[in-house]
Design a protein around this ligand. Sequence first.
Ligand SMILES: [Zn+2]
Length: 450
Amino acid sequence: MTTSFLQIAAVPHYWLCDVRVPRSLLSHECFAVAGDEHFSFGEALPTPENLAAVDIEIREGKIISVQAMDSSDTSLVPSINAGSSLVWPCFVDMHTHLDKGHIWPRSPNPDGTFDGALETVRQDSSQRWDFEDVYRRAEFGLKCSYAHGTQAIRTHLDAFDGQGEISFEVFRALRDAWRGKIALQAVCLVTLDYFLDKKGEKLADLVAESGGVLGGVAFMNADIVAQIDRVFELAMERGLDLDFHTDESLDPDDITLRLVAQAAVQHQFEGRITCGHCCSLSVQSEAAVRETVAAVKAANVSVVSLPMCNLYLQNRRQGRSPRYRGVTILRELAAADVKCAIASDNCRDPFFAYGDHDGLEVFTQSARIGHLDHPIGDWPRAVTRSPAEMMGLDNAGLIGEGMPADLVMFKARSFNELMARGQRDRVVIRNGKQIDTTLPDYAELDDLMR
Ligand SMILES: [Zn+2]
């Protein structure tokens, strides 16, 4: 029995037949497809797109079986023929700034530079960021994310002085309100010098009480080693994971990523560590890169790259065309077996004027910017399973038996079809049911933009 997707939404048990899943997104590698021929995995040569042709059985919101296409009797329960559509697990967006999001109409970046972004956000936040303002803009971001098929988000929250209290209150409220739809995590964002006195300790307490992650912006200065050490101490005293902004510049002398990795080894840190941006690696000597990558690997530090935001901000000068992309060396990091994710970063704010919290746009743009193609290889993991692991989410980012049926189905049968279009007509399935993917209207925020 074959039925349409809208009809199936109401039944608790069905097969999703003839779908193609990037093999790196299956919980155990099983089947590959080449052209119209299907092979069981052991027999098949690696195919250009590494896709598996499978049927997926879904019951009570869970995936209960993943089988090679046509290998099981699917006639006993309703089934949908997906026509070889690509199916991915829902996205995990592990580096965002929901507190800054969508202020662009009232606070645009005057010249598109990093300094212009810092100053504009400083002014906007000091005048406007009360509970309601931050809550409504952050929730707008969650609505976009959810509609595009994202199931988990980590946001950094500016946390200087009184802002930390406000923004972490927003975080706790949104985490509760969106539980079951989007798993939300938060990281405090201050420059690391903030941790050298009492207020840094108070912030670490706030993060711990809120179930958050400790972090901040590491920048080169005379005290940087002491600052990083202090953050590790505060995290270890409270059992917190760490997430830093490191080396968001094209200055080859910026090596805070390496310093964080070295500190992790010295402190024998046992929590998870993520470093974001790491742009300066792209302009350093091969020897410097080798040293840093080895330190990162030894310390088990994960890297998250933010290609859309880096492309916008890095190497921007008035009246001059950019010469560099600003994106870290993802291919080399992955080749060294460093866990890598890619994520949205900012959205419609002075650090990045555009974006819509869409995991597919992040993936597609990153593949183009960072040459993560030919072959695509395991890169689909960078917006799904790898960030899920970096966030400690065991049940996210893979398709396999026992996993929640949180899936995105695209009207595309290959990576080429997937990445050539924006895929606004994708079907998002949460807990086995199709959800409404209507995006929030920008007008919802009009009263905040005056
Ligand atoms: Zn960031």
